[in-house]
Design a protein around this ligand. Structure first.
Ligand SMILES: [Fe+2]
Length: 256
């Protein structure tokens, strides 16, 4: 099964971003290649996020890992060996709006013990598109699945052990000076718990847990399935949402 492995970002202040990711967000150093640094979480992915020093913040790629036979079915520019932790062969596919998706053959590193203060792996990466219908068609027909609205990175979500780990994370971030911009709460779609923040290097990052696992018999939900009283933005209705900060950050990181 193809798995979401990593989001690859360009940042203007690599050392500041790295310090946030390691000391506050809970990721581990996973090595470097030239101007790029890699970070892993506790699951078996060689890395879940890369940062490359650049003149402006941008998203470079979203990376998926799969079996050699799954990867061989992906069209696009073939790569013999990716120069990143885990290596592997694969392909780079360009989306309808210049998005870059990297597909690489599986390689796993030993898991680290699950720790309530650290992300396990990426949960999801949400992308803005100009023409979501074209992008959805591309995701279904060319990539074999479904993706999400404008040419930028909306947010990257990191899976935490449980609700308690999300709540502890919100506390840890608050102590480090990062207010939760939305949360804690529980989403309609996915039914997952969440806390959103604006990372010091630009994009929105999310701690999440308890994402609903759906089977083949799952009926696809729509907005009509998640109606709440006016002003409520999640199941619980206890959190406020800093819309101006969220919206600005959700559009601040274009594709490179
Ligand atoms: Fe999310």
């Amino acid at each position: 099964m193809m798995r979401l492995r990593a989001v690859e970002l360009e940042v203007t202040d690599l050392s500041k971003a790295a310090e946030f990711l390691e000391r506050v967000w809970g990721l581990f150093d996973a090595g470097s290649r030239g101007k790029t640094r890699y970070f892993r979480a506790t699951a078996d992915h060689p890395y879940v996020l890369s940062l490359t020093q650049a003149e402006k913040a941008a998203v470079d790629a979203v990376t998926f890992a799969g079996s050699a036979s799954e990867i061989s079915k992906i069209a696009g520019e073939k790569i013999k060996e990716f120069d990143a932790p885990g290596g592997g062969a694969g392909a780079i596919v360009e989306g309808p709006e210049g998005q870059r998706y990297r597909f690489v053959t599986n390689s796993e590193v030993p898991e680290k013990p699950v720790d309530g203060n650290r992300p396990i792996q990426l949960s999801h990466v949400v992308l803005n598109t100009r023409d979501w219908e074209a992008c959805e068609r591309f995701a279904v027909e060319k990539l074999g699945f479904r993706v999400s609205d404008r040419t930028s990175l909306n947010h990257s979500a990191f899976e935490m052990r449980d609700l308690d780990a999300v709540m502890n994370g919100i506390g840890r971030l608050r102590e480090a000076g990062y207010a939760c911009t939305w949360g804690p709460g529980r989403h309609g779609p996915g039914n997952n718990v969440f806390g959103y923040f604006v990372a010091p290097f630009g994009p929105v990052v999310e701690y999440t847990a308890e994402v609903e696992q759906v089977g083949d018999d799952y009926r696809v939900g729509g907005p009509e399935d998640w109606k709440w009283p006016a002003g409520r933005t999640d199941h619980w209705g206890i959190s406020t949402r800093d819309n101006s900060r969220m919206h600005a950050a959700e559009r601040s990181v274009p594709w490179s």
